[in-house]
Design a protein around this ligand. Structure first.
Ligand code: GDP
Ligand code: MG
Length: 163
């Protein structure tokens, strides 16, 4: 049976960019403005030649404050319920925000296995955020750059036990 992997996290951390890179085609809209992509998107994806099913959570446009609005929580919970493993993305350049911490709380309470992914780690600008993310209680972060395609081998290694 094909593994289903969901990409979750607050707006603008790079979920859709990672989705597009792993899906290998432009099925999700990627835009600087939050709220362009609204629904959970699904596409066949692969890493190191291993196929899986990928979900992208979007529709998180109300998240400009530090609360976890109902729409975002509902969508995240729907994605978690429909996946085998979740990739929890943070923006390492922004560090761990209060909203990231709320996602971590939600994830630590649930049964879904989580891989913490520190995105935007190309160059050195993500280094402090990467180290900070060890404190989220979600295990060791995997540094990647969705935009530049870096760290995907390590991401595969983290996913490998779930296949
Ligand atoms: P989403 O809201 O979580 O789906 O985030 P998007 O995929 O729409 O990306 C939000 C912004 O982050 C866009 O401007 C992307 O170009 C940018 N972004 C995504 N991945 C990376 C990355 O690896 N490095 C950098 N520097 N920017 C990225
Ligand atoms: Mg998106």
């Amino acid at each position: 049976m094909t593994l289903t992997v969901a990409i979750i996290g607050r707006p603008n951390v790079g979920k859709s960019t990672l989705f597009n890179r792993l899906a290998g085609r432009r099925l999700a809209i990627v835009h600087d403005l939050p709220g362009v992509t609204r629904d959970i998107r699904e596409a066949p994806a692969s890493l190191a030649g291993v196929p899986f099913r990928l979900l992208d959570t979007a529709g998180l446009e109300d998240a400009s404050d530090d609360s976890l609005p109902g729409r975002m929580r509902r969508q995240t919970e729907a994605a978690l319920a429909g996946c085998d493993v979740a990739l929890m993305l943070i923006d390492a350049r922004a560090g761990v925000t209060p909203l990231d911490a709320q996602f971590a709380d939600l994830l630590r309470k649930g049964p879904t296995p989580v891989i913490l992914v520190a995105n935007k780690c190309e160059g050195n600008a993500g280094r402090p955020g990467l180290y900070e993310s060890y404190s989220m209680g979600l295990g060791d972060p995997v540094p990647v750059s969705a935009e530049h395609g870096e760290g995907l081998g390590d991401l595969f290694d983290a996913l490998r036990p779930h296949f």
